[in-house]
Structures are given as structure tokens and as C-alpha cells.
Design a protein around this ligand. Structure first.
Ligand SMILES: Cc1cc2nc3c(=O)[nH]c(=O)nc-3n(C[C@H](O)[C@H](O)[C@H](O)COP(=O)(O)O)c2cc1C
Length: 208
């Protein structure tokens, strides 16, 4: 059975982002996809300190929800990251969490399907959406799309319930994600993963 992990970056477990993620989860369940939601935004998550511990040990030096989630991410076929918009960006907690999760985990994320879901009252959704998608597209993760950018509007879950197009976008996203996971699983079984080259690492250290 396909499995999708969902992260809620909001500190509100029953807020707007949660309402959008719940619509994704409900639809994934209808598609026969197993889901697990991790409430990230209420935890005290510190940022990456670039200490290099993970390069030697394959896990983050701070042994918290990031390391717990890493095992679940490794086992999942897809990842949905939900975030409220704070000053036109994803909220600080989810960014600190994702920096550490993606940087510290040595396993391949290649062809795990990613999707970002954002929630704002008025503005900043698309800029936040773009930031979150960058974690997927540097990791060989195809991004599932929908019939609009994956956003809802509101200040409370009740507002989001009235954002009918936003919720429709979540349902279409979930169906597309489920389709992509099935297609990728079949292709992996038939032909394996596409080759990824990693030999080059250009940083121009000598200024040339
Ligand atoms: C610190 C802070 C900054 C915010 N900045 C924005 C913003 O830039 N644009 C916006 O439309 N809403 C902003 N909001 C409102 C929330 O993004 C919005 O209500 C969101 O849907 C809340 O999601 P949640 O219930 O899942 O936490 C901000 C809220 C907070 C607490």
C-alpha cells in the first residue's frame, strides 16, 4: 500500500493548514493511500547549525522530531508539507524543520512525490509555495500539481471550509499525487530508477 507522510508546520493543530491537509488526507484515503500526519508547528524546533554531525552520522545532532520523522520519510512514497504564511514566507518552524530533515538524511528521496500546501489570510501564498517546492526539486522528487497552486485562504478553519475552490484544489492534488505514486511504483518495478549523477560539485573555490 502506498504511503504519504503529511507535515503540518502550523502551531494550530486544528487551524487553516490542518483543514487543507485534512482534505488531502481524506481524498488520499479514498484513493487507497495510507497517510500519517505529523504536527510539526507546535514543537520547539531549532534551526540547522551547519555542524557537519549528520555527514558522519546520518542523523541530526539534535535528537528531536526531525530524527523521528526521518525514518517515516524514508519509508514514505510521498511527502506533503503544509505551512501557514508568515510575512510572505512559510513559517519559521517548518523551515527550520525542513532544512534539518532534508540536509541530515542520507537516504535517497529520488522519485518520492512531493507537494506543498500553503494557507494565508490575504497574501504571500505563492511566494511561500515556491520556497517549499525547492526542497523537493533539489532532491529528485517529482512535484504533484493540481488545478490551482495548492493554497487556501482564511484566519480560521471555518474560513477555509468556505474556500470551496481551495478545498477542490486539495482534492485534485491528492488524486494527482496518488496517480503519480502508482505510475512511479510501476515504472520502478519494471525498469528501476533513472540514473542520477553526483560526481560534480562545482563551487568555484579557486575563483576561476
Ligand atoms: C506571525 C504571523 C504572520 C502572518 N503573516 C501573514 C502574511 O504575510 N500574509 C497573510 O495573508 N497572512 C498572514 N498571517 C495569517 C496566517 O498566515 C493565516 O491566518 C493562516 O491561514 C493561518 O494558518 P493556521 O491556522 O494553519 O495557523 C500571519 C500570521 C502570523 C501569526
Amino acid at each position: 500500500m502506498a504511503k504519504v507522510l503529511l507535515l503540518n508546520g502550523s502551531p494550530h493543530p486544528n487551524g487553516c493548514t490542518a483543514a487543507a491537509l485534512a482534505e488531502v488526507e481524506r481524498t488520499l484515503a479514498q484513493e487507497g493511500v495510507e497517510t500519517e500526519l505529523i504536527q510539526v508547528g507546535s514543537a520547539a524546533i531549532r534551526g540547522c547549525i551547519s555542524c557537519g554531525f549528520c555527514m558522519k552520522n546520518g542523523r541530526c545532532v539534535f535528537d528531536d522530531l526531525v530524527n523521528e520523522t526521518a525514518k517515516k520519510f524514508e519509508a514514505a512514497d510521498g511527502l506533503v508539507v503544509g505551512s501557514p504564511v508568515y510575512y510572505g514566507s512559510p513559517n519559521g518552524t517548518i523551515l527550520a524543520f525542513l532544512d534539518r530533515l532534508f540536509y541530515s538524511t542520507p537516504f535517497s528521496k529520488h522519485m518520492k512525490v512531493g507537494a506543498a500546501v500553503v494557507s494565508c489570510r490575504r497574501g504571500g501564498n505563492t511566494a511561500s509555495f515556491d520556497v517549499l517546492n525547492k526542497y523537493f526539486t533539489i532532491s529528485g522528487m517529482p512535484v504533484a500539481s493540481s488545478t490551482y497552486w495548492n493554497q487556501v485562504h482564511g484566519f480560521s478553519a471555518e474560513d477555509v471550509a468556505k474556500d470551496l475552490e481551495g478545498l477542490q484544489t486539495m482534492r485534485n492534488l491528492a488524486r494527482n499525487m496518488s496517480f503519480l505514486i502508482r505510475a512511479i511504483t510501476a515504472e520502478k518495478q519494471a525498469h528501476g530508477l533513472p540514473l542520477e549523477e553526483h560526481s560534480e560539485f562545482t563551487s568555484f573555490p579557486d575563483g576561476k
